[in-house]
Design a binder for this molecule. Structure first.
Ligand code: NDP
Length: 248
């Protein structure tokens, strides 16, 4: 049974990496996609490719830090397809550095995108999900949301926050009987543009080495998202950890 077919799924961070791979994976299964990120040309190319193969995808330039952008993305889904079944809150940044480097602009950017971006997405979609009495919120945390690592303190903090926010949302929704499901994904090293944005040169070098050794394709994470979305309505897969077999 395909529970993904005809589902309307919003994806943030859809312009590259895990979000892009998930868009293609869900389109193959018959989902209708609503894609958000800041780079329009990337979103357009992905939507064109999906639509060119007979799928259904729309996009909107979206900065998840801006609450009105998140609301407009949800509105685009409603205007285009009449409902929203799921939102995958995946946009994220990882410009890591040791605390002593005092890259405070990067600390703030990670808090803004990785935490507030997720909250803005939840705030934008929740009224629709409550009114529908159904909905699925998925978010990308990280293995850094389960452990803390030196040189990644702020990123870890943001991804621990995602874990806490999602688990609390799951419990609240179950208690309220709103039929809203949540899934939090904790990837380890995955091929994407994430490491390219590290500005601290020592950190960048060590991450590049780690990712060159271990990374798995983003499509593997997309499969996990599809698996969570493909469950029957009464079943919630709330957490997944996924990474390279050889990564300790
Ligand atoms: P990418 O850098 O390839 O993707 C990040 C996505 O987030 C891009 O589409 C980017 O698009 C988008 N984004 C960044 N800032 C904003 C913003 N302000 N508003 C809207 N979109 C934004 O990396 P990944 O695919 O790896 O990252 C996806 C998620 O996976 C992130 O949350 C990351 O933390 C998490 N993750 C990744 C791991 C990995 O090893 N790759 C491991 C664990 C977790 P644009 O620039 O166009 O806005």
């Amino acid at each position: 049974m395909n529970h993904i077919e005809n589902k309307v799924v919003i994806i943030t961070g859809a312009s590259s990496g895990i979000g892009e791979a998930t868009a293609y994976k869900l389109a193959e299964a018959g989902a209708k996609l609503v894609l958000g990120a800041r780079r329009e040309e990337k979103l357009k190319a992905i939507a064109d490719s999906i639509n060119g193969k007979g799928g259904a995808a729309v996009y909107r330039v979206t900065d998840v830090v801006n609450p009105s952008d998140s609301k407009a993305l949800v509105q685009l889904a409603l205007d285009s397809f009449g409902k929203v079944d799921a939102i995958f809150l995946n946009a994220g940044l990882m410009p890591n550095s040791p605390f002593a480097a005092l890259e405070t602009d990067n600390w703030n950017a990670m808090v803004d995108v990785n935490i507030k971006g997720v909250l803005n997405g939840i705030a934008a979609v929740l009224p629709t999900f409550i009114a529908q009495k159904s909905g699925h919120v998925l978010a990308t945390s990280s293995v850094a949301g389960l452990k803390a690592y030196p040189g990644a303190g702020v990123y870890c903090g943001t991804k621990w926050a995602v874990k806490a926010i999602m688990e609390s949302l799951r419990m609240e929704s179950a208690q309220a009987g709103t039929n809203i499901r949540t899934a939090t994904i904790y990837p380890a090293a995955v091929q994407s543009e994430l490491v390219d944005h590290i500005t601290d040169s020592a950190t960048s070098g060590s991450y590049r080495k780690l990712y060159d050794t271990y990374e798995i394709p983003a499509e593997r994470v997309a499969s996990v998202v599809a698996f969570a979305l493909n469950q029957p309505d009464d079943t919630n897969i709330s957490e997944f950890t996924i990474g390279p077999t050889t990564q300790p």
